[in-house]
Design a protein around this ligand. Structure first.
Ligand SMILES: Cc1cc2nc3c(=O)[nH]c(=O)nc-3n(C[C@H](O)[C@H](O)[C@H](O)COP(=O)(O)O)c2cc1C
Length: 397
């Protein structure tokens, strides 16, 4: 097998161009081979020579350059790359790719590649928030292109807001993670995942819900897909972009989630319930909006279905994994839940910590198996937690 990983870095004409030099230097230290494609605009900011020196490789700018010193076809780099990283990515390149325009070396290579393409956008806040730019980003995400969100802060133009190129170290980490070859060890497996909150309606305009954002469940779905599984994701309301090439089912209430999960349960090999399903719902739903009165309003809550318990009772060959979001006695409570609900694994997290758990990018969890195996993981991204969950299910750790 070829040793060195290959990354094509597409550099476009934004003020953050110089940071691409740091990205190249960090990736080269990790023994990644780099080739650079610069747009004409990018050359206005930094010379190709700087990129050539750092990458120790060719820098390509002109699709029609003669003589073709490097004997390269216009799509050769597209085929060479394991990953294409576009950093910084202008509004222009995002718009061009989203609309199928291939009018220079970079856009042509992006269009022609079968490698994963990751955009790290950087632009003025108003440009980034522009609906057309956002539509273009969402369209590309829908086609399976990846994005590293820009950071917020003071921009080069003096504005304050979102649009700064993400941290160089975050970009480098992401590329390195993507370069790790994912073994297709879930090929042929059907994986059913639930994510996000559910809502319990009170009247036509009001409902009770919780702080779940769905990030953990979506990370699990993404991981399962990358490892070759056939994925069904049953999701409560979230603001997350849809994951391409999976079976996505959108639900709102506990009842809808139960119905959807039971529909797929018998066919699933692995079932991971990471959704924060509402335990209670208003005893009486009011068909009309409840009018505001002078005094207090009492709401009686009725117990709603315990979907995980139902799944445990009906379990046949499936591997059933639950989550325990606890604020005290985390491990004891998780152990009890593992037994009571007939689970194979439980992923326990302490939700009292501010920088992990709900809404956070990271999580710090302990995974327990019914055989008594306990794995304490350090704080890590939800995607890495997902990797560990499947590794544990497959007996790889
Ligand atoms: C000083 C300066 C800074 C710029 N910074 C950005 C930027 O950060 N992000 C962006 O999307 N466009 C920026 N632009 C505009 C792009 O350079 C312009 O849209 C160009 O057509 C992009 O071409 P390319 O995508 O082929 O590189 C900047 C322009 C100038 C003159």
């Amino acid at each position: 097998m070829r040793e060195k990983k290959r990354v094509v870095i597409g550099v476009t004409g934004g003020i953050a161009v110089y940071k691409a030099l740091d990205i190249i230097s960090a990736l080269r230290k990790q023994d990644v081979e780099i080739k650079v494609i610069m747009t004409e605009s990018a050359k206005q900011f930094v010379t190709p020579l700087a990129f050539q020196s750092l990458s120790q490789n060719m820098v390509i700018t002109d699709m029609f350059a003669e003589p073709k010193a490097w004997e390269i076809q216009h799509i050769a780099l597209a085929q060479w790359a394991d990953i294409m990283l576009i950093a910084p990515a202008t509004a222009n390149i995002v718009g061009k790719v989203a609309n199928g325009i291939a009018d220079d070396m970079l856009s042509t290579s992006i269009m022609a590649t079968e490698a994963k393409v990751i955009f790290a956008p950087a632009m003025n806040t108003k440009m980034y928030e522009n609906k057309i730019v956002q539509d273009n980003i969402n369209k590309l995400k829908g086609y399976g292109y990846s994005f590293i969100e820009p950071a917020s802060g003071r921009l080069a133009c003096g504005d304050i807001g979102k649009g700064k190129l993400a941290n160089v170290s975050d970009i480098v980490d992401r590329v390195l993670i993507e370069l790790e070859e994912k073994e297709k060890d879930l090929l042929g497996k059907k994986v059913l995942i639930t994510a996000g909150p559910t809502i319990a309606p009170i009247d036509p305009v009001r409902y009770i819900t919780n702080k779940s954002t769905g990030k953990m469940g979506y990370a699990i779905a993404q991981e399962a897909k990358e490892r070759g599984a056939e994925v069904t994701l049953v999701s409560g309301p979230t603001n997350l972009p849809k994951i391409a090439d999976i079976n996505f089912i959108s639900v709102k209430t506990n009842g809808e989630m139960k119905e959807a999960v039971l529909r797929y349960y018998d066919f699933a090999d692995i079932v991971i319930k990471s959704a924060a399903v509402a335990d209670y719902k208003p005893k009486e739903y009011s068909n009309e909006k409840i009018k505001k009165g002078e005094g207090d309003l009492e709401l009686t809550l009725a117990r709603d279905s315990d979907i995980l318990k139902i799944l445990g009772e009906r379990k046949k060959e499936q591997i059933l994994v639950g989550f325990a979001a606890e604020s005290n006695n985390v491990l004891n409570n998780a152990e009890k839940k593992l037994k009571n609900k007939n689970l194979d694994f439980i992923v326990a997290n302490d939700i009292t910590s501010n920088d992990t758990g709900f809404a956070s990018e990271d999580n710090k969890v302990t995974i327990l198996s019914k055989e008594g195996k306990v794995i304490n993981l350090d704080k890590m991204s939800k995607k890495q937690v997902a990797t560990n969950i499947f590794d544990m299910i497959l007996g790889k750790r």
